[in-house]
Ligand binder design. Sequence first.
Ligand SMILES: [Zn+2]
Ligand SMILES: [Zn+2]
Length: 1533
Amino acid sequence: MAMTQVIPPRNTSIVVVVLESNEVYIIVSLSMRKDTQVISIDPTMGSLRYRGKLGHECFISEEEALRHVTDGSRIKCRSVIYGCAVLGYAALGSLGLLLVAKKLEATIPSLPGGGCVYTVAQSEWIKVPLQYAQPQGKGELKNILELTDVDIDGKHYFSETRDITRPFPSKEHVDNPDREFVWNEFLSQPFKDIGLPGICVILLQGFAECRSLGLGGSLEQMVALTARRSRLHPGTRYLARGLNACFSTGNEVECEQLVWTLSRGSQITPFCSYIWRRGTIPIWWGAELKLTAAEAELYVSSHDPYGGSAKYYQRLSKRYAKQESDSVEVNNRKETRVPIVCVNLLRNEEGKSETLLVEHFSESLNYINSSVQLSDAQLRLINFDWHANVRLNGEQQTIGTFWKLLKSPTMAIGFCEGTYYKSLQDLGTISGSVLLNKDIEGGFRLRSFQKGIIRFNCADSLDRTNAASYFGCLQVFAEQCKRLGISLDKNVNFDFSMSRQKQLSNAQFIGYLPPGWEERSDAVTGKIFYIDHNTRTTTWEHPCPDRPWKRFDMSFEQFKNSTNLYPITQLAELFQLSGDIHATLYTGSKATHSQILNIFNDESGKFKQFAAAQHVKITLQRRYKNVIVDSYRQKQWEMFLGIRMARHLPSVYIHSLEVLSRPPAFFLKPLDRIFPRLMGHEDLLNYKRKNMTWVSSTSADVIELFIYLEEPCHVCQILFTISHGGDDSSFAGTVDVRTGATLDSLNIVLEGACLPRCSNGTNIILPLTGPMNPGDLAVMGGSTHLDPQGNEYLPFLYNFEESEGDLNFHTRIVSVTFYPASIEKFPITLGQIEVLGVPLPWREIFHREGMRWLFIERSDMEDSKSRDEEIRGFKVEDYLSSGEIFPVRKTGQLVKSSFPRNSLPEILLPKIEIGIQHYLDCVRRISDKGHDLNFIEAMTLEIERLQVNLSAAERDRALLSVGIIPSTVDPNRSIDMSYLIKLSKLADTLAFVGHTFFEDHIIGATGLEAVETCLDFWNLHEVGSMCMGKHCEVKVFSTSATSSESQATFFSCTACGKKACKVCCAGKGAILLSRFSSKDAKNFSGKQTQFSFTGSDGAAICRLCCPEEVYHSLYVDYVRVLASLRRQSRACKAASKALTLVVGSKTEKRQRESEKAETWLRKLLNGEESLAEFPYAGLLHLIQTAKGSESALSLLLPIGYGEWSSYWRAEPSCQTVDFPIALGSLSDVSGVILLVSSHGYSSADCPHVTIWASNNINREDRSCMGQWDVQTSVATPDIYGPETEATSIPRHVKFHFQNPVRCRIVWIQLSLPRSGFLSLDKACIHAKRIIVFGSMAVPAPLTDSLSDNSNSNTHPPAKLWRFRVPVEGERLSANDLVLEQHLPIGSPPLAGFRFDYFSAIKPRVTHSPAFKDLGMWSSSPVLLEDRFINPPILYIRVSVVQDYSPNWVVVKEYRLPEARAGTIMYFDFPAAIHAKAVAFRLAGDVAAFCDDPAEEGPNFRHVASGLSLVNRVKLFYYPDPNEVGRLASFSAV
Ligand SMILES: [Zn+2]
Ligand SMILES: [Zn+2]
């Protein structure tokens, strides 16, 4: 099609390369950019990686990028997939899913103002298998695959350059879409997280196409139909009708009809756009589908059926308020009520089931119009029984009648009319309001606006809606054409032509001039005439003299006879296609009744019979689909949108960990006793070497590796790939792990952890906590121990003895020590090691971009004060409503006002001691009653403890100090086991219910301002709470005498109907939980997946009607929430501490003057690269730093960051300081620049500089690059004395090496001049920055000889045989967590046991959302999930009864690694054992696991059946070598 738009230099091109090594690269060349980005997918966790380094991840062309990825095509590719757009990505456990469009159709090639709308014609989910080594449920895995079956092609569209989520023309930028219509918001988040939001298009669902009206002439006339489907109610037909809890209706679509004219080379494009809406009836109703009945049974919610309707219309009125600038309208607000006209096409006859809905519909509008809820909209309902009309009067007359009905609302609402001007000058003087948008060249001049909206509906908003809306919009179309000077008239002498005189007197009714026409007045007579520049003719006649909206008054016949039908049939075709797409999305089949759209087509009669047959077929199809497939498809869309994840993908991380041990991470110490010799020191860390085995020399007793991580992070897990297999004894038996920021500060985090033998290539994970405080451990003991009485004890409610490791986001070095499994001298084999952690968003921090920066800054600003307060003062009101739930703590710390940071006296900061005091006061008050604590008392005490932010260890210490045994206040022990189990099940259900409810709540807020207030979620009270007044009919507590009654809110109990005050109500969670268990639970485990709390907004239940266990479960949930908030607060504090360590505590000075910095850097580097910038580079040892100085790490910060006059200085006593700097990657270093501090040098402190380079940390291995005496040998006079004026380049000293040196580590030593006796007291070493320059080394290609394992010059150790020891009898107890095996007499000595890994999962959701962690894809301060902060750890304790003694003796406790379900592990006993019986007990955080709810339905078993030891453990022995041959191989284990 001939378009005059600016053609972008290239089309977007996507290449997805999968290498033989399973690495996946996404190579993106966007049409809007000139360069090409390479994003890699982490092969283990699936997170996206992009650092933006030119020549490594950023290239000038796609070819260059491809060359880089495939190493000049030397590396083989498994597959190369070409695409034209990235539609989304998600890492879902063991599978990464990348959705790319492979074929696009430019269905609207050029909008007025430019920009193309593409419809996805063919898409592909690229499945990336990940090395995710954690158990995932079968149901989850199935769901993930089902997601890839979602119906994309032909039903989704996007524009790369224009915002098309709002009515045309949008004034918003393309990257700020209206979220209601963005379907891939969840799937685009990973790209936002790596700072490349533009990579993923903004995907809309529905229909967008255009047609030429084919009228010929010098102009081309176009019509486009766009239909955007709302994502707020994504459901399928029988699961999604009427309103949902997000105040949106099923099948809700906004449609837009855009007409414009084009002429070649023209600078202007006039256009008209019209918006309408379609969707099911916005009240709370539904349909029960019965296979036996002919029609689905309709019902309307019995409780508050119109409760959400006002919200629905509010959203519409906000969106369709008149677009004109507000200043014009300010004075007559009253008249700006937005008309919303509902055209209801349902059957409205006696006996028809739809009649019920019609009645309710009109009642709902009366209700809303009469209430004050909707002051800014004017609702009107037009009932028009479409089917009845057609049956009685025929189609043609129906259409005519329909037009008469629609005439006045359509004319009142009008449409948007304007012109696009390519040049801003042309825009200047014409009347109308101007709309500019940085996405377009030029601007829009808008002459009139649409105000309000017509909304069409039938029962499902499918067939009748589509047909009727066509005829309504047809009239608008005719008028749009006329305004644009497009004549649809067949016969100009039609009856309706009016006298010229009358037209002139009614000037506003004259149409606007077509493009190319001009109005002038005769210089002499003043008479108006018209110039047609297209034909160079003049005329007195206005070219468009018609009366406006004249076709509304026509009958069908008149319309048909007077109108050029070709454009009409073009429009009909668009409606038919659009109707089919929406019907398919909603019901899975095409629209019916659409033959009426062909009514203007003379041949339509022929199709009638065919259409009728088709209609029957589609109806049957729909029925089948609705019963069988609706829930399946609904689940797909929910996953696509990232909602209900707690249900569909319960164990999948939303923020996955990052692997920080891959190159450029490297080993700080040489590994020369390992074969094959590691060339680049990093092969063992390189994913490309995943399949290799390394073997130590036999002389090695232990192997100690020092891994220097790519970036500082908080380390959460270590992942081992077992190599060499389970059949030999060469793999290490145990491992120690130490972590720290520098080599001097390593702390042990894991000691003597057992590594099981597994088959070659098995991945096992050891979850890590930070280093534990030894004092804490002493108080609490290990979490695996039995309680003092030796009873079975599992903390099902929550972890009462939660132990807390230190969180450190500066962890940079991980040391792993392997010990051999056997005392015999076998070499130790190693496979790949991966360290997984969470880094801080340093890039955002230094460049002040992105949301997470703001969060961290905020959390840092408030630091220890407010995060604590958030916990202390954490009230349910933070969710929804107002009012104090928890009385102010005695500590007085709950000051609500926020202090300006600087005025906050230190003394006000919360102190642990005050918290302990408060806690002990509470203990005393409660235990005064002289009985054992009951459940509520124990829980209340824990709430108090968490409110004042005490750790479990701090609590235990406090209790012991006053002689109380901590376990006596443990709520887990305050109730009997069966109730404990029941309660924990209920609390798990509540967690799920809470997530669903809040999810709806957040989605429901889209497009609305206010958040509904309702009852608090928990609404818990302290003992001593007062009922709020005499009007309360429940009065659980004694009435307070105060007169707060006037403000008290009362709720009506849904169970007993009594009026209850807030205090006498159970929390919102109670009613949700009881509803869930009563009705929805059945659906839930069955076919249906939909589950929402539609209509539950105002509902409440009183305390007397609330079952006790429900009320108790609210307590459990609340304590779990508080415990989680404590974890999050610890993470935030650690993040803020890490930030402070780098950039100091003065937030206001933290900013980077980017432009200036870039200039400086360019001048300083003179074409070379800066190689040692934090966070990629770091310091390997602690540096002696003076008090009050900037931190030593500040020496490596990006230049220009922070306050310029501040600098680093050493302690005055230091004569010499060494800086061992690990570079960002292997580099060819040419020299070092020392930026001089603002203080400047003097003869006393002008340093001697010595520089070494090396590849490891051993001092003896480094080579000296030179020595410089800055004072004597470097001629730079301007470095002395304090800085006086701004210079064009910072003062610096440059040290050039003679030749560049390839190295990983640069050591810089600064020493004071030796003649220091004169100024001993003053001088100290100081500097502003250290810049290492040179170029990054291109990593040497991995040579083939290396991958050849025969290089290892050791002989493989002897193969191990394990034979099963037969068992005489088994006994299971304690919920299958204990397994006793009895052995026959004469059994061989036991060598160990085989263990098949569990199938239970760790659910991500364990409690209702704490007030900020719901936003699953919204940014939180640190992307560190709860369960990484305190990872649940399982142990297996083995005890035996030996021949000579009747008592059980513990043999060993094995810490279990994590692995995929069913992974086989062999554990050896410390020595061979002769035993009569062996017992295995599963211990540790058993309560943290559950069975896959995606598979089983949320069964919420108290102990996951997947943790059962049945058939999981087999004893084995090592046979005598002679025996091996005799024994049958089937006895091998
Ligand atoms: Zn009350
Ligand atoms: Zn009640």
